[in-house]
Design a binder for this molecule. Structure first.
Ligand SMILES: Nc1ncnc2c1ncn2[C@@H]1O[C@H](COP(=O)(O)OP(=O)(O)OP(=O)(O)O)[C@@H](O)[C@H]1O
Length: 624
């Protein structure tokens, strides 16, 4: 038995009283003096280059969140920048007389330009997101290509935006009496905005909302079952990415003091994706590294190649393309991904958790539990057909608080199909499902999680690169309420401490207390199953659905799991499990429901079931 799995674990390790600075905190601290000195020491053309890098990095940061973390590819980032840049340029250069009287105050106002630019960008992103984010597969990338193309041509064809010539005559930026009229002063503004965005993104990812966004990539079905609204999480990532593009557009307009359609073309959208890929698409700092790397590499190749080849041409694009292919093959996680991996290997701990202290926070409030003996879940005549196949036929049973009911049956009997319907992942063709007396068939898995049903999966579903603690904290998603702004501004710490303390409590309870900071994917399969139970418990359920919880567990681990389930039962939990391990089932549960070919063949206490001739014939007869 692996140490600690469902064994009596020591209490969680002592909690440091002062939060330690995270690696990103150290990076920001180290960058501050460098950034403060850069404009004073560098020649103006290099400061201008650094300004471009800052703006590109801001736009790329959005893509890191959207594409790298949330797994949604967008080619439209440059177009979002364009919307904001054009709104800024238009309002900065228009005369008050050309605007309606009520809007005349906006003419020449940089803050009005910023507000209008951001509102327009977010409004377009909301519409585009509403249309494409519910669709899976290639619809989002294709939608962003279509939108990027149409906007590019729109910019070029609108006369009041200067057509293909663009808008010039943007005055120098002046904010609150400070003139940002030189590359050197703009540098401070651009890099301050970028650093704030980086810190806000790091904060966001290290939060309840951040876990929901991180679960989008490969864990959607699981997180929905834990109450996460995946569409909302996608929309959040999409809008934050658009917000960063909007900010980048505003800064771009005042840096260039001229806008035209070319920098917002589809090609530019692809370039931002390259920056994210090269920097490290899943890493926040990858945006800065990627923007700097691509900008310098292009500049360097543009200077070097004509010398080497003795002629001019777009050779840098060809060499650059080859370099990207090579880099993707050698470093699929990008430069920042490679650095993070090397760093983590040395520290033997995931970077994201370095700063996390786990104070003994006040326990989260608990839902009112049903009285022992109260029917928690009831299936009435549930039938599920797949075309001509009847996977469940007229299934009826009830599970009560303080009871463990096992559903058993040979492979293909219809147990998983039934589980999916009970948890509203799938819906019955006919029949009714009631949860605590209310009809729930047709509801979403999310609604069931909110009602108090929590589950584990036949094939373990966890986020392998996320820590054990954070995986389990996803189970507590509905027990928190702090949103994006609170997370970005770190106003969610008290709630986050309570969520993490609850996750730790459940992990200690199931015997995984010393694996809090390990990557979930590094646990043995049996431990991963136990992690799923801790995650389900973190939701404070009144009904646990466990799909083959003992599969992959060793003898002592099974014994410890049985002890835990008995304890939960004594606390009034209703437990429904599907299991193939007959020794485990018969020694543990109160009642057994036996299925074959989608139908009930027997139901009763284990002792009766073990001697039931129909069961022996259909199922137990084949089992020693
Ligand atoms: N989405 C689906 N479309 C078509 N047929 C399906 C679908 N899901 C399940 N089935 C069929 O329904 C029947 C019951 O399958 P189910 O997975 O529920 O059985 P099970 O008892 O859970 O089996 P196991 O113990 O092997 O997991 C099988 O014949 C299966 O092929």
């Amino acid at each position: 038995m692996k140490p600690g799995v469902l064994s009596k674990t020591p209490a969680a390790r002592p909690v440091p009283s002062m939060p330690r600075l995270s690696p990103s905190g150290w990076i920001v601290l180290a960058l501050l003096p460098v950034l403060a000195a850069a404009p004073l020491l560098l020649p103006t053309y290099q400061v201008t280059l650094a300004n471009n890098i800052g703006i590109f990095a801001l736009a790329t940061l959005g893509l890191v969140l959207l594409t790298g973390v949330a797994g949604m590819t967008s080619f439209g980032q440059a177009a979002f920048i364009g919307v904001s840049a054009y709104a800024t340029a238009y309002l900065a250069s228009v005369s008050a007389a050309d605007l309606p009287a009520s809007l005349a105050w906006m003419a020449g106002s940089p803050l009005a330009g910023l507000a209008v630019g951001l509102v327009l960008t977010l409004a377009i992103a909301t519409v585009l997101g509403a249309v494409t984010l519910r669709l899976s597969g290639h619809y989002l990338p294709l939608g962003t290509i279509a939108w990027g193309l149409s906007l590019f041509y729109l910019f070029g064809n609108l006369e009041f935006l200067g057509g293909h010539t663009g808008l010039s005559g943007i005055p120098a930026l002046s904010l609150f009496g400070i003139a940002f009229d030189k590359a050197e002063t703009l540098f401070y503004l651009i890099w301050a905005v970028l650093l704030l965005a980086v810190v806000a993104t790091l904060n966001l990812l290290d939060s309840r909302v951040g876990r929901a966004i991180r679960a989008l990539r490969g864990g959607q079905r699981m997180s929905e079952s834990m109450g996460v609204n995946s569409f909302q999480a996608k929309m959040t990532a999409f809008l934050v990415a658009a917000l960063y593009a909007g900010l980048a557009g505003w800064l771009y307009a005042y840096t260039q003091r001229f806008v035209s359609p070319a920098p917002f073309s589809l090609q530019a959208g692809i370039d931002f994706l390259f920056m994210a890929l090269i920097g490290g698409v899943g890493q926040v700092w990858g945006a800065v590294i990627g923007a700097a790397g691509v900008t310098f590499a292009k500049q360097w190749l543009q200077d070097l190649l004509p010398h080497l080849l003795g002629r001019t041409g777009n050779f840098e694009a060809i060499v650059f393309g080859l370099l990207i292919v090579l880099l993707m093959q050698r470093l699929p996680g990008g430069i920042a991904g490679w650095i993070a991996k090397t760093f983590e290997r040395r520290r033997h701990r995931p970077a994201v958790l370095e700063s996390m202290d786990l104070p003994d926070a006040e326990p989260l409030p608990r839902r009112p539990m049903p009285e022992k003996g109260e029917v928690v879940l009831e299936a009435r005549g549930v039938t599920r057909r797949f075309g001509g196949l009847v996977a469940n036929h007229d299934i009826s049973f009830a599970v009560r608080a303080g009871e463990i009911l096992a559903v058993i049956g040979p492979n293909g009997a219809g147990k998983s199909t039934l589980f999916n319907q009970l948890s509203c992942v799938d819906h019955p063709t006919s029949g009714e499902i009631l949860f605590r007396g209310e009809r729930v068939d047709g509801r979403t898995a999310r609604a069931m999680a909110s009602a108090g049903l929590s589950r584990s999966f036949q094939h373990v579903k966890l986020l392998p690169t996320m820590s054990v603690l954070e995986n389990v904290a996803i189970g507590a998603h509905l027990r928190g309420s702090k949103g994006v702004a609170a997370a970005a501004l770190r106003l969610d710490r008290a709630e986050e401490a309570r969520l993490l303390a609850e996750a730790r409590r459940q992990l200690v309870r199931v015997g995984l207390g010393q694996y809090l900071h390990a990557e979930a994917g590094s646990l043995a399969l049996g431990q991963q199953r136990i992690l799923e139970i801790a995650r389900a418990l973190c939701a404070d359920p009144c009904l646990l659905l466990l799909d083959e919880p003992a599969a992959g567990l060793r003898f002592l681990e099974k014994q410890a799991l049985a002890e835990l389930l008995v304890k939960l039962r004594s606390e009034g939990m209703a437990i429904l499990l599907v299991e193939h391990d007959m020794d485990f089932v018969m020694g543990l549960v109160d009642r057994v429901y036996v299925m074959e070919f989608g139908e009930r063949i027997a139901e009763g206490p284990p002792a009766t079931i073990q001697t039931n001739p129909a069961v022996l014939e259909a199922y137990l007869g084949g089992v020693e």
